[in-house]
Design a protein around this ligand. Sequence first.
Ligand code: AHG
Ligand code: MN
Ligand code: MN
Length: 334
Amino acid sequence: MPHKSLTLGEFIIEKQGDFPYANGELSRLINSIRLAAKVVNHEVNKAGLVDITGAAGETNVQGEAQQKLDVFANKTFINSLINREIVCGIASEENDEFITIKGQNKDHSNKYVLLMDPLDGSSNIDVNISVGTIFSIYRRVTPVGTPVSMEDFLQPGNLQVAAGYIIYGTSTILVYTTGNGVNGFSLSPALGTYYLSHPEMTFPEDGHIYSVNEGHYLQFPQGIKNYIKYCQEEKEDRPYTSRYLGSLVSDIHRNMIRGGVYMYSSSSKLPDGKLRLLYECNPIAFIAEQAGGAASDGYKRILDIKPTELHQRIPFICGSKNMVKKVEDFMSKS
Ligand code: AHG
Ligand code: MN
Ligand code: MN
């Protein structure tokens, strides 16, 4: 077993004191996420064997075709959180509106809201490429005892108390932070237990991988075009290697281990990029920074952006600190 066989359950108990205002609520919340992730993992692994691949026949609020597993993962996480009554509200990429949860005593007394991308990279399911779940947790800003409201969800990323992702890949791994570094836990399929396999994950300060959908090259702003050319130049440590799965969590996870930069910038067709600030960019940015990396919209820190709407999109440049800085330099110069 990896790393002295420390399980996620043991780790959560050990770290409970790290949380401000700890009363076990946040620990229980992370607990219910890891359980839901097991259920989704089980379902993802059946893809190809039973009728769960392909489109569900609906589009979400952003006009994207929902896959059957998008719908399944969304329901699984929402039900798991509602049943345990540990959050006061949930916002999901797959739901038009946020969900209000009254909690155990029906008095809106829970303190945390959860935002999520229940299934990230879902267009990859049918071709057996890793997909994931991304989650982000905040303390509510409205008074306990009242129903949650929009302002509880529209908080800047620098107020997150926890964030994480799960990759359903060659192995299933849950990576999360509560603001004290980043740790990764691999799921033992035989035992159904997560073990600490990637303690204190860090983004190398520099890297040799750039991850971008180069099919959009002609539509990119000049700064991004120039940076891509910089990556391709023949110099001492270049050209860099291009790696892009189209599955944000997998692209980020690989770059965090190997060193690299992920870019989903604006383009003439997508002026705000594609990725969603609340469900994708903020949680990934929090993890990246906690691991010593950086995340920017090309000009400024992602975590300082004050969201204006639930399903807001934003250009996203994330990865090794020096590489993100370099992209920003190219952006400001052009
Ligand atoms: P989702 O499946 O949640 O809609 O997210 C897909 C995202 C992200 O995972 C990925 O990096 C990006 O879309 C890929 O977009 P392109 O296919 O446009 O490159
Ligand atoms: Mn996504
Ligand atoms: Mn998704």
